[in-house]
Design a binder for this molecule. Structure first.
Ligand code: ADP
Length: 404
């Protein structure tokens, strides 16, 4: 199952998007609709509200009078919390019931107006945000929904702003143009990303990483933050820490467009236990792969090569390749990944050296047609520099008192 969180400011076009997605075969779960269902006449939800706020919140025919409820429940923090503690668990339970009843291959789209405000993004494989300039939203709300301009403006002001939404969005759907344009971007998104993403999770398929080096991308940090939030939620206490590592974690370095994340665990057994949760979160395990892993060659054998073992997961999302390295706390590979990143971040000259090495390695790799040969050529070209870098970084750690 693929879970998408759909949101956007009021009047941005969420309902319009969810209609198109429903037409394409998505299962839509509308949080507002559920919030109304769980307090319909005759429900335990409505009884609990009456118990707390009194009969005055009912209309003459026994339905919830939303305005009356708002007047009492939003009067002070304690009442607001009481309202939330009644309604939220009911909405949560009903949502879970629906999720459990959908087919295994469903693409589930949860329409949640306050997804960003409530920080819910990590629970979804992707957060999809519909975006329209605030002034245009006011025009649409006034024009087609008959809202007063003052009302539209005050609702917009009470929600998250565009920057907060942008930071939470894996996909930003621009709906400033005509409805047709929106519909065709939704269709493309469905067939190019959502459908293959769902099928990759079901079949445990990892998307392949691009081979070429990309210029430093200012989006990498935010993309990594969103992946980390998902991974932390999927791993719970079993992850001791989750870090953005590798070249995409160092500002200004060219890199293959693959986000590297390290999950630190207490043992390889824990790493193995996490495989199912990571798959469900969109990160299938990769077996028998040599990832681009910095590691010194062993001549003197003073470090046990077994201590470099790890588990690797890739990404099922066709639009966001990633390597998830699950490593054991304080083993050399776990420590070096963090040290190497911090050393590169701290030293501009080393960054320049490493950039040059990477570009030369990428040139050499470009001569090969098979992915595997290209990857080996790339690794081989970087290896001599890496062997020295290992010691240099360790010296830097000693001099600066660095610790992970
Ligand atoms: P939301 O569910 O996010 O609050 P809606 O999907 O209801 O927003 O859209 C708000 C209003 O704007 C609706 O009346 C809708 O028909 C209209 N609308 C949506 N997209 C467009 C568009 N691209 N151009 C013009 N009007 C639009």
């Amino acid at each position: 199952m693929l879970r998408i969180g759909l949101t956007g400011g009021i009047g941005a076009g969420k309902s319009t998007v969810s209609k198109v997605l429903a037409g394409l075969g998505a299962v839509i779960v509308d949080a507002d609709l559920i919030a109304r269902e769980v307090v319909e006449p005759g429900t335990p939800g409505l009884a609990a509200l009456v118990d707390r706020f009194g009969e005055a919140i009912l209309t003459s025919n026994g339905e919830l009078d939303r305005q009356a409820l708002a007047a009492t429940a939003f009067a002070d923090d304690e009442s607001r919390l009481a309202l939330n503690s009644i309604v939220h668990p009911l909405v949560g339970a009903r949502t879970m019931e629906i999720i459990e009843s959908v087919p295994e291959d469903a693409v589930l789209v949860q329409d949640i107006p306050l997804l960003v405000e409530n920080g819910l993004g990590a629970a979804f494989h992707l957060v999809l945000i519909v975006s329209v300039e605030a002034e245009e939203r006011v025009r649409r709300l006034v024009g087609s929904r008959g809202m007063s301009e003052a009302d539209a403006r005050s609702r917009i002001a009470a929600q998250a702003d565009d920057d907060q939404r942008r930071a939470a969005a894996d996909i930003l759907l621009d709906n400033n143009g005509a409805p047709d344009a929106l519909e065709s971007s939704v269709r493309a998104l469905w067939s190019e990303r959502l459908v293959p993403f769902e099928s990759n999770i079901r079949t445990g398929t990892v998307v392949s990483a691009p081979r070429v080096l990309a210029s430093p991308n200012p989006q990498w940090a935010a993309q990594a933050r969103r992946l980390i939030a998902r991974l932390e939620l999927a791993c719970g206490d079993r992850a001791l820490r989750v870090d953005h590592i590798g070249s995409t974690a160092v500002d200004g370095l060219p890199a293959k467009d693959v986000i590297d994340i390290q999950i630190t665990v207490a043992s390889l057994e824990t790493a193995d236990e996490l495989a199912g949760s990571l798959l469900a979160a969109g990160f299938p395990r990769i077996d028998n792969i040599t990832a681009d892993d910095p590691k010194p060659t062993y001549q003197g054998g003073e470090t046990d090569p077994a201590l470099w073992s790890k588990r690797i997961h890739g990404a099922a999302d066709p639009a966001r390749p990633a390597n998830i390295h699950v490593r054991v706390a304080e083993w050399p590979g776990q420590r070096f990944a963090l040290l190497f990143r911090d050393w590169l971040r701290a030293d501009e000259a080393v960054r320049a050296e490493y950039s040059a090495i990477k570009m030369r390695a990428a040139d050499k790799a470009a001569a090969y047609t098979s992915d595997r040969d290209a990857r080996d050529a790339y690794m081989d070209a970087k290896a001599p520099w890496f062997d020295l870098a290992f010691n240099r970084a360790s010296q830097w750690a000693e001099q600066t008192g660095w610790s992970p």
